[in-house]
Design a protein around this ligand. Structure first.
Ligand SMILES: C[S@@+](CC[C@H](N)C(=O)[O-])C[C@H]1O[C@@H](n2cnc3c(N)ncnc32)[C@H](O)[C@@H]1O
Length: 294
């Protein structure tokens, strides 16, 4: 019997992505490659043994590949990129809520013994199962990619990662969903589901004051230098800066460089890509990579 696999068999259920997502994947690839080389080669001064056990965690892992909106070409997704790095991590955890995507991830990793695929809500799986494996005092370190479509992430995940000191994050800050569904002058006008999702992401309801009190939440120096002083942009810059401060002051990440605005073909910001870490070397490398994407 002959089975013919058509292109539509391969592409069914995949996301279409634009150049801004391709940039995001390139940033992640460049940083993960540097991270793996540096951490995997560190030796304990006394014993000469490998210093750290390293993990790559993809919390909203996706299908493993995408279709490019413009060209129709297949584009490797974040899990596939991580699995193909020249210097490998010791372990990989991929999580997705969608069963069909979990099936694809299982296929992608079928030859590998150091990959765990989880099916379910990443907030729960990260907090209960995955993050606890990376205790600072056990010399275990992880890079965690938090890439939701919209407001699906729980602040407790970011806060736990920051406080653990052993986990660095790249974070997709879904400004589009926030502006569309939660940005109302009167918080009572935000529908209940959006208000709950926004509060779960931010950690409390202070997001509303941050959205509408630009004078109190002036942007950090250097963020949006190019922003023309129209109120809408000042509002947005202040709001994003407020979250940057939160990652530092409440979650406890020592280093949170200015995020990169990822823009669609019309120039509108679709999301901001944040990096947060407790490691000065990670911070320096991330800044070098992020500055290529103004
Ligand atoms: C933007 S896509 C991920 C793309 C992928 N990181 C990449 O760059 O190749 C978001 C994924 O998150 C999954 N998802 C949504 N909510 C989730 C949740 N609560 N827990 C785990 N996965 C979730 C969706 O099924 C989708 O596959």
């Amino acid at each position: 019997m002959v089975f013919n696999t058509t292109r539509s068999d391969i592409t069914a259920g995949l996301d279409e992505i634009g150049d801004w997502s391709v940039d995001k994947l390139r940033i992640l690839k460049d940083y993960s490659a540097a991270y793996a080389v540096i951490l995997q080669h560190q030796r304990n001064e006394r014993t000469g043994k490998k210093q750290f056990f390293t993990g790559y965690i993809d919390a909203f892992a996706g299908a493993g590949e995408h279709i490019h909106k413009g060209t129709g070409a297949l584009v490797k997704g974040s899990p596939q990129i991580a699995l193909e790095l020249a210097t490998q991590f010791d372990h990989y955890d991929f999580i997705d809520l969608n069963p069909e995507r979990v099936g694809r991830l299982q296929k992608l990793a079928q030859e590998r013994s150091n990959v765990t695929i989880h099916h379910g809500d990443c907030n729960e799986i990260l907090l209960k199962t995955v993050l606890p494996k990376y205790r600072y005092e056990d010399f275990r370190r992880a890079l965690c990619f938090l890439d939701p479509y919209s407001l699906q992430l729980d602040w407790n995940v970011m806060k736990t990662a920051g406080r653990m000191r052993s986990v660095e994050i790249f974070l997709n800050f879904p400004i589009h969903d926030m502006n569309r569904n939660a940005k109302r002058k009167n918080i009572g006008d935000v529908d209940t589901t959006s208000r709950e999702r926004m509060t779960k992401f931010w950690g409390d309801e202070s997001w509303h004051a941050a959205m509408f009190a630009p004078s109190k939440q002036a942007p950090l120096p250097g963020l949006f230098d190019d922003a023309t002083p129209d109120l809408e942009k000042v509002d947005q810059a202040s709001f994003v800066s407020a979250f940057q401060r939160r990652l530092r002051d409440v979650a406890g990440f020592k280093h949170v460089p200015n995020p990169v605005p990822m823009r669609n073909t019309k120039g509108a910001v679709v999301y901001y890509l944040f990096f947060a870490s407790n490691n000065p070397t990670g911070d320096r490398i991330a800044k070098d990579i992020l500055k290529k994407y103004p």
